[in-house]
Design a binder for this molecule. Structure first.
Ligand code: PLP
Length: 471
């Protein structure tokens, strides 16, 4: 492609993205595509002759766009948000243009140094312990895996990388809350421990992990020769936003000398609000912590900030230096490839730099406070409603509810809520997801999209009420 043609398309696509973001509300939030729609429209094999960008772009609009769920739609209240923002998108343009592979300091010094500085900015913003050193991983799942690897390496006195699970005198074991994200169990699988090594510690009425049950589980395992490898606490569990008692858990971890990781993938961003800090009391006892700026800090997926007290616990488990990766420069700075599962690394720090400077800390705090305030306001509306039940109180910007018209038994209530959720999402007006609370189906409502305003929450709730009336 000639440079002039590239320039023409680049300008046009930038304009298209700007238009898209301005008009995103016109789309159904969740794609209305049926299984196979795109597959049947695509030729089975790659074209032999080059095609024009105009033709490809036409097909993007006609074929691909209908199969997109619009995560940047302000009525996206499902899962946890995967947010972007104008500064972040602009940075991603630059990142795509540079297409740098930032595995070593030498392969892009600015990427390593910006990553160091951005994770330091985040550490200060969130009030994390001074000793924490950060890196940017692709996802919360990878960060949780890295924590498990670091923990197993610590439990085996630095022999996990070399010897694997055989380095431990008994089965390495991971402890986490029954409310923990599935990536913790997946991490245990990938680390070679298996699902059977994961102890899902019961929760208390406030949904937090029961620290006494944790201590008892560890004691029982030690008595049978198992080796505690890692404790993973929730700071904002996925289903209902559970927050574990970090201090009590951290004390157990210290007593037993077990690596203590805190998964704040979603809620971690809120630690930049002084009023939220007390919820994380005891975080200074953690050995590692993750939160995802790609969830609730308006930074394009993928961007997961992973902090460790002793990075050597992980680096020892992962670092390999074949001759072709040897650097001619001794910088004394981190070689982040030793802190990552993949060797190759995207330049993720750039979009963080744009977001943190583009909003400023105060701009970010304002947005987070709005989301939390609107969640509390919505909770008040649900509490006052005759046919709906607020099943769990707001945890930061997440609440759960269910439709509970009079005269239905427990099984019928579950079925009605499943049906309601299907109809809500089929309507395209808003997007919600479900979870279980006390073994019953409840619907989650997460307020955290970059472009959401109170109007979208109000209209979303009005849609829920209207659709419920027809179920
Ligand atoms: N931890 C928690 C608490 C989550 O909610 C999620 C995803 O929603 C993850 C980890 C996994 O994050 P990622 O999608 O970045 O792998």
């Amino acid at each position: 492609m000639e440079a002039a043609e590239f320039r023409r398309h680049a300008g046009r696509f930038a304009g298209w993205v700007a238009d898209y973001l301005e008009t995103v509300e016109q789309y159904p939030v969740r794609s209305q595509a049926r299984p196979g729609d795109l597959l049947t429209a695509l030729p089975p094999a790659c074209p032999e002759a080059p095609e024009s960008i105009d033709a490809i772009f036409h097909d993007f609009q006609e074929l691909v766009l209908p199969g997109i769920t619009h995560w940047q739609h302000p009525s996206f209240f499902a899962y946890f948000n995967a947010n972007a923002s104008p500064p972040s998108v602009l940075a991603e343009f630059l990142t795509a243009g540079l297409a740098a592979q930032c595995m070593l300091w030498e392969t892009s010094p600015a990427a390593t140094e910006l990553e160091m500085r951005m994770t330091e900015w985040l550490r200060r913003l969130l009030g994390l312990p001074k000793a924490f050193v950060g890196s940017i991983q692709d996802s919360g799942s990878t960060s949780n895996l890295c924590a498990i690897l670091a923990g197993c390496n610590h439990a085996t006195q630095g022999r996990f990388g070399e010897e694997g699970v055989a380095a431990a005198p008994g089965p390495l074991t991971v402890y986490t809350s029954a409310e923990a994200h599935s990536s913790v169990e997946k991490g245990a699988r990938i680390a070679g421990l298996g699902s059977a090594s994961v102890r899902k510690i019961p929760i208390r009425d406030d949904l937090g992990m029961d620290p006494e049950a944790l201590a008892a589980a560890i004691a029982a395992d030690l008595a049978t020769g198992r080796v505690p490898g890692c404790i993973v606490a929730c700071f904002g569990g996925t289903g209902l936003g559970s927050i574990d008692p970090l201090r009590a858990i951290g004390e157990v971890a210290r007593r037993e000398d077990v690596h203590f990781h805190v998964d704040g993938a979603w809620a971690g961003s809120a630690l930049m609000l002084p009023e939220v800090e007390p919820l994380a009391d005891g975080i200074e006892l953690a050995d590692s912590f993750v939160f995802n700026p790609h969830k609730w800090l308006f930074t394009n997926f993928d961007c997961s900030a992973f902090f460790m007290r002793e990075p050597s616990r992980l680096a020892q488990a992962l670092a390999l230096t074949p001759t072709y990766l040897e650097s001619t420069l001794a910088t004394g700075l981190p070689e982040y490839r030793d802190w990552s599962v993949a060797l190759g690394r995207r330049f993720r720090a750039l979009k963080l730099w744009f977001v943190l400077r583009g909003y400023g800390a105060e701009g970010l705090r304002t947005k987070l406070r709005q989301h939390i305030e609107w969640t509390n306001r919505l909770a008040g509306i649900i509490r006052a409603s005759r046919d709906f039940e607020l099943t769990t109180e707001p945890r930061l910007a997440l609440l759960s509810f269910r439709y509970r018209p009079a005269g239905l038994d427990i099984r019928e209530i579950d079925a009605v809520n499943e049906a309601l959720l299907r109809r809500i999402n089929d309507s395209g007006r808003l997007y919600l997801t479900k979870t279980l609370y006390r073994n019953q189906v409840v619907i989650r409502f997460v307020i955290g999209q970059t472009y959401t305003t109170w109007r979208h929450v109000e209209e979303g709730w009005a849609a829920v009420e209207a659709i419920a009336a027809s179920v």
